[in-house]
Design a protein around this ligand. Sequence first.
Ligand code: BTN
Length: 248
Amino acid sequence: MKKIYIGKKKYIFNEISSTMDIANFFIHTGIEEGTVVVAKFQTDGRGSNQRKWLSNGNDALFSIIMKPEISLMSTLPIISAFSIYKVLEKFIDTEIKIKWPNDVLVDGKKISGVLVENHIKTDNYSIIGIGININSDHKKNNTFIYPSVSLKELLNEKIQPLEIVEDVLKSFENIYNEILIGKLKISNLSDMLYGLNKRVAFRTNYKSFDRQSENTYYKIISLNDDGTLEVSDNNGKKISINASEIIT
Ligand code: BTN
């Protein structure tokens, strides 16, 4: 199987609306798989569930353009989160967890988020947007929905965002290729899950327009190889969920 290289081509911008927008523009020009768009500042950074992604600069903000088989698309959030996990564990002694499907938490605080946009047309593309809090200030700034933290706050030193971007791209390249050849199985990553074997609240029936939602409690059992989450309901019935958000 052909190895997929990530970040051989990188476009680095000082200030753009969002790396997702530029990546989206590039896919219409027939760009090579693994191309990366990096920004120092985003004026319209996007998070999941139509939230904003805020960064006051000096964080890692980038998008990777991929051309996966459709069956692999649902695995991209967890593969990305695991790639970030592997890089952060080199720096941090504290507990790191993956909050399915796309958040990375350190000591329960969000340090990174992943947003995947899939384009299924004649040519299939996925754009993986990654934001990692590197030097931003989260202790004093409480405008974030969830408790959050940056790498600088954990290490008490400034880190170059581009160094972390490079490390995550390498990590993603290794993990993605291992998944492609079957050397690594997503189900083997279940131990890293936040809330494993616990009953947690999920936001379901998310209505993006009026932002109302209902919460359902499930016990988290494991990750499935297709990136979906195996949970059990109050009656012990097992189900696989593919789109939802853990809220507690
Ligand atoms: C989330 O946790 O809600 C996902 C956040 C994803 C943020 C990144 S920053 C780089 C890329 N460009 C964006 O506008 N969003 C993603």
